[in-house]
Structure formats: structure tokens, C-alpha cells
Design a protein around this ligand. Structure first.
Ligand SMILES: Nc1ncnc2c1ncn2[C@@H]1O[C@H](COP(=O)(O)OP(=O)(O)O)[C@@H](O)[C@H]1O
Ligand SMILES: [Mg+2]
Length: 477
């Protein structure tokens, strides 16, 4: 739990504020409070951003919804808990729809813990989305092929409904990306998106993972715990690799989908939840049904709206866009940048891509490590990605071609450059020359930057910037 990001308490009653602060302090969470009429916006904009907001007694209901609106205006994703006094559950208001949970005052331990768990899950998912890699992951479904356009249209059509969605496609084709998009474009976007990989969890633990358990329900259940269904209340539960679920669990899942209620393991108290299910699988479910490994009735429940993610080999026209996107992601993370030549892309287009976009992402990452800030040609590709035809067509390391690992171009290239017959990427070529001359200047001046800058007739800061850009550091120090 972050002790730096404070919990913001919006509440009129000073006693309540004091009590809440004590409890939060006990939980090692810092807190700030502000009256409903106070400068909420300033508090919300203070960094670090709040861990969550607890919105309590504001006097008039209108003041409360107004406070709510101002909070959400600064950050629509702030986790928000509504507080209500007394035992009587208040009539659910519009606010309940957008808040993560409602907790009663005085706080009950189990209720408050459950709410905090929800906030945590929500934040973890938001956090993933907010980190550079997944933000990029999430930014868009990259591609302009007919196949990917179709997927985008389907997402648009189904997102706002509550229909269950089944995403089918080979591994690495972006099923999780699609699931997150559906959630993001739905009315549930301010509620949690809770993923669960059904194939990665041992079958005997899956039930408790999905439905939670009570203390003592089985050996090792030392405390009661919420399951993913409860965590996802109001939001989306993403059941990944549903084809790997045991028949026994399929029956249990089907029951929840039919009745919308479930019990925690070790309890017979029914919980009801409002959860949208998105399931995904790389398994051919028709065949699994024929072979008796997947229940047909569950299939129909899940398959209300099917979306198929096309394999990469069926949309190779998207390769340049995808490569650009992946390179940009690496660059964004400060992991250097690379360029792929046309023949390199041509060669990748002919490859079969059994691992789809995930395999492409791994390849790009690997190339960026092998050729930091370099240009990658078909000859530089690992063997299996090299197409014989493309290699035959591509000139063997054309004269003046930028070297992948920053080899020194022949001096003649400087004195009397000739345009290669196949043409040249001028910008890349000049970059290589620039980098090389800077490196020479640095070496000749024993890496005294001021002296090297003088030799190159450039300002010291410009040189420092370029050294950073080209990743030039003195080796062996
Ligand atoms: N259309 C796409 N645009 C951008 N990145 C994608 C796309 N499809 C897949 N990816 C990337 O490929 C990787 C695998 O995607 P994922 O959704 O986990 O695939 P799956 O669940 O089908 O195995 C992720 O890193 C994801 O960002
Ligand atoms: Mg997946």
C-alpha cells in the first residue's frame, strides 16, 4: 500500500474525519481531509495523486454529487468509496454506479477490508494500463488490415451492451488487448477489469480464486478472501484460456452465469454480483465440445458475441505499422531505438508467425538488444526469419549502407560519396556518419567533451545531447 499517495477524505463531520484518519493511520496509510465545499480540485491535483477518495457526509445530496463530479473531472479513474452513516442501506443513487463500493460508518472491519481490496485490484489494473508499455499496448489495436478493422467494428458494436463476449484466436493475436478495449469502451470503464488466466491456476484452487472462500474452508485458508467475481462487481471479469477449464469448474461457472449468484467456498451464503464476462481461448471449442472436453451449454452462454482475432500471417500488411509501434514502445521506455530496412520487412512478411504479434514483439526486442540504435537489414535477422528469396534479391551489405552495429564506414564514403544503385536512406546514412565522427573526436580528445566539441565546431551541450542520443559512453570505465 502506498504510504505516499494519501487517501482523500471528503467529509463534513470532524469526528468522523478524526476516526477515519486513526484507522487509516493504523493501516499505514496517510490521509488528508477536505470539507465538501473546500478546494477539492486543488487536493486532487496535488502530487502524488490520491490513493483513493472517501466521499462522506456533505449535507445536501446535491453537494455530494457536486463533489463527486468535481473529483471525477480531475481524474475519472480515481478509486472512490462512498461512506454512509447508520445501518440502513441508503437508496442506491447514481453515485453508486460510478463508485467502487459503499462502506458504512462506523466502519466494519470485513466490509472495509473488502472495499480496500477492491481499490487495490482496481489500482493494479489501472496501474498496468498506466505504465508505458501497457499504455501503448492499450493505446490502440494497431493495424489497418481488413481483419483488424473488423475486430475494431465488433468491439464498437458490443462494448456498450452487457452481452458476454467470447474472443477466439491463436496465441499472441491480441485477445487480451481486445478484452481490455471492450471494457474500456463500455459503461463499466470506471469499475475494475479483473483478468484471470484459467489455464495458469491449478484446478483445485480455481474455485476459490473465482468465488473466494471463508476462513477455514480448506487447509491453508487462514482468512476469508474475496474471489474475482466479487472483485469485478460492476466491472468486467476476463476469463482467459477458458478452454483449459476443467469440466467440473465449467459446471460451477455455468451456474453462476445462469443464476447470477454464487457462494464462497466453505459458505452457503449467496452473493449476487453484476459482472460482465469476457472469455478468451486459443482452443477450438467446437472440437473440444465434440470431444467432450467443453460443455456446449456453457459455450452458448459465453458465445453471445464472438470476436475472432486474426493471425498475423493473415494480415502481414500490418507488419510495418506493428513494427513501428513496437519500436516506439521500446524507445518510449528508454531502451534505444532501431530501424528495419525494407528488405528486412519484406522478409518478415514471408514468415509464418506461429507466435503472432507476441513473437514479433519478442523479435523486435531482441534486435534492439543486438543492434542498439542500429539499422537492421535482412542479413542481420535470425536465420528462421530470413526469406531465401528476399536475401537473394537484397544486395549484400550495399556500399555505404548503414552498418547494423555502428561499424565505421570507409573514409572514402566521406571524401567522395557515391550513391548506391539501389538508392540510400540518406537520413540514416548521415546519422551513422555523424555518430562515427563524434566517436572519433571523443577518442582523439580522450573523452574530454569540451575539447571534442571544439574539434566538431559545436556547443558542449549539443555534443552532450548527441552523445546521449547515440548512447556514446566511454567503455572500460
Ligand atoms: N493489434 C495489436 N496491436 C498492438 N499490439 C498488439 C496487437 N495484438 C497483440 N499485440 C501485442 O502482442 C502481445 C500479445 O497480445 P495478447 O493480447 O496477450 O495476446 P493473446 O491473449 O491473444 O495471447 C502483447 O504484447 C500485445 O501488446
Ligand atoms: Mg492471452
Amino acid at each position: 500500500m502506498s504510504s505516499q499517495s494519501p487517501v482523500v477524505i471528503v467529509e463534513r463531520d470532524a469526528n468522523t474525519v478524526r476516526e477515519l484518519k486513526q484507522i487509516l493511520h493504523y493501516l499505514d496509510m496517510s490521509a488528508v481531509d477536505v470539507p465538501p465545499e473546500g478546494d477539492l480540485v486543488a487536493i486532487m491535483e496535488t502530487r502524488p495523486a490520491p490513493y483513493m477518495v472517501m466521499l462522506g457526509e456533505c449535507g445536501e445530496p446535491r453537494t455530494q454529487s457536486d463533489a463527486f463530479r468535481r473529483i471525477k473531472a480531475v481524474d475519472p479513474y480515481t478509486p472512490l468509496l462512498l461512506l454512509s452513516s447508520g445501518d440502513a442501506a441508503p437508496a442506491p443513487s447514481d453515485l453508486d454506479h460510478d463508485a467502487l463500493a459503499r462502506v458504512r460508518l462506523p466502519l466494519r472491519q470485513s466490509e472495509f477490508e473488502a472495499a480496500l481490496q477492491k481499490v487495490k485490484t482496481y489500482r493494479e489494473n489501472r496501474h498496468q494500463e498506466g505504465s508505458p508499455r501497457s499504455l501503448e499496448l492499450f493505446r490502440s489495436l494497431v493495424g489497418s488490415s481488413a481483419g483488424i478493422q473488423r475486430v475494431r467494428n465488433m468491439i464498437e458494436m458490443v462494448a456498450r451492451s452487457d452481452a458476454n463476449v467470447l474472443i477466439v484466436g491463436e496465441s499472441g493475436t491480441g485477445k487480451e488487448v481486445v478484452a481490455r478495449h471492450v471494457h474500456h469502451h463500455s459503461n463499466r470503464r470506471s469499475k475494475p477489469f479483473v483478468p484471470l488466466n484459467c489455464g495458469a491456476i491449478p484446478p483445485d484452487l480455481l474455485e476459490s480464486e473465482l468465488f473466494g472462500h471463508e476462513k477455514g474452508a480448506f487447509t491453508g485458508a487462514i482468512a476469508s478472501r474475496q474471489g474475482r467475481f466479487e472483485m469485478a462487481d460492476g466491472g468486467t471479469l476476463f476469463l482467459d484460456e477458458i478452454g483449459d477449464m476443467s469440466l467440473n469448474m465449467q459446471v460451477k461457472l455455468l451456474r453462476v452465469l445462469q443464476e447470477r449468484t454464487f457462494e464462497r467456498v466453505g459458505s452457503n451464503k449467496s452473493h449476487s454480483v453484476n459482472v460482465r464476462i469476457i472469455a478468451a481461448t486459443h482452443v477450438n471449442l467446437d472440437q473440444a465440445i465434440r470431444e467432450g472436453r467443453f460443455r456446449e451449454d456453457l459455450f452458448y452462454r459465453l458465445n453471445v458475441f464472438p470476436i475472432e482475432t486474426p493471425p498475423l500471417r493473415a494480415r502481414t500488411e500490418d507488419l510495418p505499422l506493428l513494427v513501428n509501434d513496437l519500436v516506439e514502445r521500446l524507445d518510449h521506455e528508454g531502451r534505444g531505438t532501431i530501424r528495419l530496412t525494407q528488405s528486412c520487412i519484406d522478409s518478415l512478411t514471408e514468415y509464418n508467425w506461429p507466435g503472432n504479434v507476441r513473437e514479433l514483439a519478442n523479435l523486435v526486442e531482441r534486435l534492439s538488444i543486438l543492434y542498439p540504435n542500429g539499422v537492421v537489414d535482412v542479413h542481420d535477422l535470425p536465420e528462421k526469419y530470413r526469406s531465401a528469396q528476399v536475401v537473394a534479391r537484397a544486395p549484400a551489405k550495399p556500399y555505404g549502407a548503414p552498418a547494423a552495429s555502428g561499424e565505421v564506414p570507409p573514409p572514402a564514403a566521406l571524401a567522395n560519396p557515391r550513391l548506391p544503385r539501389a538508392g540510400i536512406d540518406l537520413k540514416e546514412h548521415l546519422t551513422v556518419i555523424e555518430r562515427d565522427l563524434i566517436l572519433q573526436a571523443l577518442e582523439e580528445t580522450d573523452w574530454v567533451v569540451a575539447h571534442a566539441a571544439k574539434k566538431l565546431c559545436m556547443g558542449r551541450t549539443t555534443l552532450v545531447e548527441k552523445m546521449r542520443k547515440f548512447d556514446l559512453v566511454r567503455e572500460g570505465i
